[in-house]
Design a protein. Structure first.
Length: 177
């Protein structure tokens, strides 16, 4: 019982905070509850398809193929592929992390994993198309170019800041999945 409470302590604390908030101000507390329920529903709709995709990726795509196209020797084609996969993906950013873990398990180079996450978060194709139609192509292409350059700079910066031992540790944890 003690271990169960320890495992779910953050959840219990948050429930307690919402309960106290509801007692203090019912309107704000009920809004917090409805927002939490809405967020849970959204996650419940997004997470299962992502895990199906992860399972298929894990089973259907051999490690050798991932290493060839996105591994250590992949060069510019690995970067481009990371951008394409990240930009074509649908769903919120938290969906990128399980896929990134599978990429690591399959031997994808660390910088390509970082670029994939960056592309998922900022260069989505539907967002780009919306920007072209609503704000004009000049704005959309400028933002896309700045994002691509920024993602590459951030990925190389992060790669240089994270020690090789830490990267090995991260990769070893991905193998446990």
């Amino acid at each position: 019982m003690k271990e169960l409470l320890k495992k779910y302590r953050l959840f219990i604390i948050m429930l307690s905070v919402i309960f106290v908030l509801t007692l203090v101000n019912f309107e704000i507390g009920s809004k917090a509850v409805s927002t939490s329920i809405l967020s849970f529903k959204q996650m419940a709709l997004v997470i299962p398809p992502i895990f199906i995709l992860i399972g298929l990726l894990d089973v259907w795509v051999p490690r050798e193929i991932m290493i060839k196209y996105m591994g250590e020797g992949s060069g510019i084609k690995g970067i481009i592929l990371a951008f394409i996969i990240g930009s074509a993906a649908a769903g919120p950013l938290y969906g990128a992390f399980p896929i990134a873990a599978i990429f690591m398990k399959k031997g994808v180079k660390f910088i390509n994993v970082l670029i994939f996450i960056g592309a998922w978060s900022t260069t989505k194709i539907p967002m780009f198309l919306f920007e072209v139609s609503s704000m004009g192509s000049k704005f959309a292409f400028t933002r896309l170019a700045v994002d691509i350059i920024g993602i590459i700079i951030m990925a190389y910066t992060l790669q240089s800041l994270v020690s090789k031992d830490k990267v090995k540790e991260i990769y070893s944890k991905s193998q446990e999945l």
